[in-house]
Design a protein around this ligand. Sequence first.
Ligand code: GLC
Length: 486
Amino acid sequence: MPTNFSQERLRVRPSSKEESVVQKAKEQFERTLVLARGQLVGSVAALEHPRSSEALNYGEVFLRDNVPVMMYLLLQGRFEIVRHFLEVCLDLQSSTYQTRGVFPTSFTEQNGNLIADYGQRSIGRITSVDASLWWPILCWLYVRRSQDRDFGASQKVQRGAQLLLDLVLHPSFEGTPVLFVPDCAFMIDRPMDVWGAPLEVEVLLYGCLKSCCHLMELAQQDRSSRLLEQRLVLTRQWIHNLRSFLLKHYWVTSKTMQVLRRRPTEQYGDQQHQNEFNVQPQVIPDWLQDWLENRGGYLIGNMRTGRPDFRFYSLGNSLACLFGLLTAPQQRALFRLVLHNRSDLIAQMPMRICHPPMEATEWSNKTGSDPKNWPWSYHNGGHWPSLLWYLGGAILLHEQLHPQADVLLMGQTKAMLEECYWSQLNQLPRQQWAEYFDGPTGTWVGQQARTYQTWTIVGFLLLHHLLRVNPGDVTALHIDGPTTAR
Ligand code: GLC
């Protein structure tokens, strides 16, 4: 197979210090793990800069930063840490009336007490949406990999899942299957005009609802109940509607754009609408034509009345592959698009979080003149090495599930992934595993970047594991994979 060939060729790069880099990264990773209630619970967001005397930054256990941590621990068979993490998060699930069911963005232990942040302590007092949606996904992937089905079917896990579902499966003013959120509700946690139905949140919702179904099915096998059955029916219907909604309104290709540009506007009344959100053709940005080229496709960032957000968000798109929201041919159209726009999305440091950045007046209006989100920096077009493994996982899972499909394209995609891996291997240790990189090519360490950022380190280790140690393990990321897979 061409992919094996390219792996062999790259493996013997003369200047490679692969093994020692991996070894050191593993040691750094072990240092990020902390205790809660006397047991290892997960990782702090970043280690203290070794040569500075400043206080420990990012010293809390963030749920989203621990997603790659938990995946890595699962692949290493260190199940007890993952279970403890899940249990601590579950104990911290909010029980106050106004936020009941919400999981914290982060927590920390101080003098024996767990202190959780649901947004009430954060900069800008932002909401904790993605963390809440990640919990059932991690829980289900843990149950499947460890075979700890008793945990999955237990009262406390089932109750946690129901409380979370209550936050989603209820009537709303919009009556759509998407979850409506304020700005800053996910990894992009500073103002970036990502309120409404941002892609990452909606894709996570899809993964979350699927995982909740799998968990409920476990309980249903043990003690069948009519209430649970009704909940399952409703959740499955919601999943179906959500997927149709996202594929209809967010998926774009050169072909769909040509249809969209010529749609009627100002449509009123009950008849079948072609332009429900009343999008004017003028809002379609110029850069989109070359970006999509002939056969590329991607999910746009958001859909709001009259105002689609055409920015490309790497995480939402990668997760849409991993969770099977996109069909296999759509996933390949996405890989084609990434290859075509490699100089923007990857450049010197894979990979850019969001493209293109907002500049000038738009930046000042939409971010509230946020200096951290200056154009080409941080969330506004910055490069985050921690995102690469999600794309890598998507490519490798696709390859596992569809080994015969478009061998040429997949060969090129895989070769790109190998090069990205090497570029991280060569740069990250020198750049002290920085949190993010700035500038149009992502060459410079982010102006306010932390160093020894956990998800930078563990994201690299995960990719190393999937490319070198055990490629078959990528199925551990597959939400709908067989329950007995180990
Ligand atoms: C920043 C990032 C956020 C991350 C946190 C901890 O706030 O925007 O996504 O979870 O740092 O690393």
